[in-house]
Structures are given as structure tokens and as C-alpha cells.
Design a protein around this ligand. Sequence first.
Ligand SMILES: [Zn+2]
Length: 113
Amino acid sequence: MNRCRYCGKEIRGTSDFCGQSCETYYQEAVEKDRRKIPYFIVGMGVGFLVLLCGVLLQIDWVLGAGIAFMGLVTFILPFTTPETTALLGYQKAKILGRVLGVLLIGVGIWLAR
Ligand SMILES: [Zn+2]
């Protein structure tokens, strides 16, 4: 079963999209994402460094802050992988990314208590 790569609707045949509008939206969204990738990488790098400091110094709230920061980056810039996009469609993959971001923030705050 094929699914529209943008909205996730099931489609017959070998097409990647259910219609021309979804294909256009998808390409615009992917292009916008592509330009944000450097921010995502920097944000994740900063979060990871903070996390690493927390681990090395054994300070729980620093570790929690690092995880929460990475969650925040994931929430603001929820990048979709080709796998999740193929499985769920672009829109649902974005929502999933946001949910994961919120979960990470929750874990970070929980660790930082
Ligand atoms: Zn569609």
C-alpha cells in the first residue's frame, strides 16, 4: 500500500502523492526544512554538550537541561526522516517529531528535579 508522502492518505498505483497540491506542499516544506538543518545541528550539538557536561560533572540538573534543550530543538524543528515520512506522511511525521520533543523536555525536567 502506498501512502501520500505529504498527507499520509492511502493511494492506489505507484504515485508518491494523492494529488498535485500535496506534491507542491511537500516540496515547499522539504525546501524550508533544508534551510533550517544548520540550526537544528547547532541546537542539537549545544544540547548534547550540555548533557555531556552534566554526565561528566555528575550534576543531574545540567544533564536534564541538556536533554530538555534537545527536546526543545526537536519541538521547534521537528525534522522528519524519510522512513517516518514514508510510513506516516509528512504532516503526521511532523506531529510525531513535536510529540517526541515534548517527551524529551518532560524527561529533562524530570531529571532536573
Ligand atoms: Zn496527499
